[in-house]
Design a protein around this ligand. Sequence first.
Ligand SMILES: Nc1nc2c(ncn2[C@@H]2O[C@H](COP(=O)(O)OP(=O)(O)OP(=O)(O)O)[C@@H](O)[C@H]2O)c(=O)[nH]1
Length: 453
Amino acid sequence: MAFNFMQKRLEKVIHKVQSKGLLSKENISEILKEVKLILLESDVNLKVVDDFISSIEKKAIGKVVDTDRTSSQEILKIIYDELVNILGKEAKTWNYQSRSVVMMVGLQGSGKTTTVAKLANNLVKKQKKYKNPLLVALDIYRPAAIDQLETLAKKIDFPFYAERNEKDVIKIAKNALKLADKNNHDLIILDTAGRLQTDQKLMDELKEIKKIFIPTDIIFVADGFSGQEILNVAQEFNNKLKLSSVIVTKMDSNAKGGAIFSLAYALKLSISYLGVGEKIANLEIFYPNRIASRLLGLGDIETLTEKAQELGDEKSQEKMFRKMMSGKFDLDDLLVSMQQMSKMGNLGAISKLLPSFGKLGKISEEKINSMETKLDIYKVLINSMTKKERKNPRLLKHQKRKERILKGSGRSAQEYNDLLRQFEKMQKQIMQLSKVLKSGRMPDLSKLGNGLF
Ligand SMILES: Nc1nc2c(ncn2[C@@H]2O[C@H](COP(=O)(O)OP(=O)(O)OP(=O)(O)O)[C@@H](O)[C@H]2O)c(=O)[nH]1
């Protein structure tokens, strides 16, 4: 999960701040020392950390001097604002043109080829900004890169251009541009070979490609695992090519993500997206305010809401709600809900978007893992039931049916009974909620969600 390393540590400090209520000058200095250490351990550049801490210090200590002590909420707000400031203030809006040419550059293995497909998919299928994309393979030095891009292009059903026997990249680039003009491609994404910023010949090649295509965007792809050295690398690429933004990849793994702070603050480069997995859909727009909120354990309800909205159209959600309220919620509906939840990501990832100070946020990692396991078992059991049984859960009390389902699913009688018990409990809660809603009283939402686990 993105920023796991930093988030876990920062959350602890923030809890400490919250538990104090009022803070003295000494309290603040102590807290800032801890924050500084966390950022340094996360590979954030020293100069960036120093600027960040001294800016908070000035604002926070100023408040204490005015009032003798100041509230933890005010200090939290100052830390949050400074985080947003460091991360780039606002999300980078996409530079939409009637025809966009995007050039992906960076070190070897940073994730360029994967990101070409992810970005094309995001801009065409998700954001619907373009209709006719073309993915161009300009990495002739690693032959597998061409196959890799071709496979990805096929997966998303997008046109792809490569010349497997041509050794001159510039020729390929010129031919690709001719094809793009002929076929009116409105989004052209170039996958260039990974290279060191010190390799003059290859850096000149990028400049040549730039001259041919005159790209609207030159995106530097940085590996989230990068340490301090990424600053010099990006600086060199920026000097030679003038970068438009950065995409930081592998933020789903244990990458510390310190590079993001350094690139955004020290080089003033905008971070446009984060790569959060190997799948094509695993690309997230980078919103500085949402990331700051997540880092401080304040959750990211906006992203959670967006994920939920992506799951289904309003009509089908309303249909499901009506079904629930009329007491007709069956095991088929439960299966659909569980499948939709899996589409949002695993429960661990979802829980990271919730504020950690609320009831839900306090769920431990073990509990989340056990919930995940239970959901998987329930899915297997429901999949072994007939349509009729899912619609009429009462049939599931029959011994013969139970034996058949257990045999088919390979699960135990205890797990089967557990599913039925939890489902009944959930149905009762839904009925109670439905009565309360119909009576116009305010429902006690804290009791909801206890049903399944
Ligand atoms: N977990 C994870 N893996 C990623 C992500 N992005 C890329 N990868 C993986 O990182 C590895 C390298 O990615 P590529 O797309 O081949 O990198 P590249 O920059 O094109 O590599 P070169 O062509 O050698 O320069 C692959 O195994 C990808 O699946 C990401 O966001 N998360």
